[in-house]
Design a protein around this ligand. Structure first.
Ligand code: MG
Length: 224
């Protein structure tokens, strides 16, 4: 990103960006929702990525059963989804994610993780997979915010933690709601379309560029 020396910080989403975790998440969601009689597709999962489990379940119960989801339903469906996801054996790093992080670190730019995930072992896994990049001062997780994406709160907190203004930072996201959250925080977004959605959906949410993969982002980084 030599053409853009004003960029001091890069904010990374996690699922579908640093980890190739969305196929396992979406398969687990489809199985769990289907078991409870709800019609839920892989594309529905990508469209709702970033929304909390409760919100996702309630939205589909409301649409299809014409009432609010009960607390017990939300807990049971989410527990089942988590069980199916854990059975899938965990997520692999996205190819070229670590190469890109190391390159950005070498350029002297700040890196911040902005995820709605709240896994207990998150930071531990990040340190194993992306050595010497992440610590509690440059991560925003489900534990840090009240309102998840598409609310701008996670990205506003990333700005605060990095001490940067919106024009000094850029976001790397794969999901519609993540792009909306970043845009609502005044940030510019590069989308990597690692899922099943049309590029147009990501552009319509406000992405300035949509690339096909983290490999493409790594290779084009200097030209962006
Ligand atoms: Mg994502």
């Amino acid at each position: 990103m030599n053409n853009n020396q004003g960029i001091k910080a890069v904010f990374f989403d996690m699922d579908g960006v640093l980890y190739d975790s969305m196929p396992a998440h979406s398969a687990a969601w489809v199985r769990a929702m289907t078991q409870f009689g709800l019609n839920f597709t892989i594309n529905d999962c990508y469209l709702n990525e970033g929304r909390t489990g409760d919100d996702t379940i309630n939205q589909f119960v409301r649409q299809q059963f014409g009432r609010e989801a009960t607390r017990a339903e939300m807990d049971e469906i989410y527990a089942l989804k988590t069980e199916f996801f854990n059975q899938s054996g965990g997520a692999q790093q996205m190819p070229f994610a670590n190469d890109l992080l190391q390159k950005i670190k070498d350029e002297g730019r700040q890196i911040v993780l902005v995820t709605g995930s709240g896994q207990a072992s998150l930071l531990e896994n990040l340190n194993k997979d992306f050595p010497a990049i992440f610590n509690k001062d440059n991560t925003v997780t489900a534990f840090d915010v009240k309102l998840g994406k598409p609310n701008p709160e996670p990205y506003l907190l990333a700005l605060k933690k990095s001490g940067r203004q919106p024009h000094e930072a850029i976001v790397v996201e794969n999901a519609p709601l993540g792009i909306l959250a970043a845009k609502a925080a005044g940030l510019s977004v590069i989308a990597v379309n690692t899922g099943t959605l049309d590029d147009k959906i990501l552009y319509d949410c406000g992405a300035k560029t949509v690339l096909a993969s983290m490999q493409e982002l790594f290779e084009k980084w200097e030209d962006l």
